[in-house]
Write a protein that binds this ligand. Structure first.
Ligand SMILES: O=c1ccn([C@H]2C[C@H](O)[C@@H](CO)O2)c(=O)[nH]1
Ligand SMILES: [Zn+2]
Length: 134
């Protein structure tokens, strides 16, 4: 099983590959599934700014394409002094494949700075269950 250290290193490696000619703000994300598979993603910007995608979205796409189905834990790494927590859209993307107690680790270049549960970042969330209890 991948350790948190390994997951952090995977996020840092993919962060370096981010395509960010507009913001110059590189983000990396690494997911470990409950089975121990690791999937990564980086942000990919576009000249049509709104079409750019977040690192977390890339990691989730890689997970699904690679046969994973659940997020065990996720590390998100950014630069600068502020915590780079997932944007609102990515909190919802993570929510689709995670549980309220799934841990979301926020890292800087030196290591993990703070860890949250999904419930902390996205309380009272909307999810697949809402569609089945009609
Ligand atoms: O959690 C985050 C926050 C921001 N970004 C990206 C989007 C954009 O490319 C750049 C600046 O917002 O950072 C991510 O990938 N993940
Ligand atoms: Zn996002």
């Amino acid at each position: 099983m991948a350790s948190l250290d390994t997951l952090f290193e995977a996020a840092k490696t993919i962060q370096a590959r981010a395509y960010v000619p507009y913001s110059r703000f590189k983000v990396g994300a690494a997911i470990v599934t409950p089975e121990g598979q690791v999937f990564t993603g980086c942000n990919v910007e576009n000249a049509a700014y709104p079409v750019g995608s977040c690192a977390e979205a890339g990691a989730i796409s890689a997970m699904i394409a690679g046969g994973g189905s659940r997020i065990g834990e996720i590390v998100v790494i950014g630069d600068g002094e502020h915590l780079v927590t997932p944007c609102g859209g990515c909190r919802q993307r993570i929510r689709e494949f995670a549980s309220p107690d799934t841990r979301i680790h926020i890292a800087g270049p030196e290591g993990i700075r703070k860890s949250f549960t999904l419930e902390e970042l996205l309380p009272f969330s909307f999810g697949p269950d809402n569609l089945t209890d009609r």
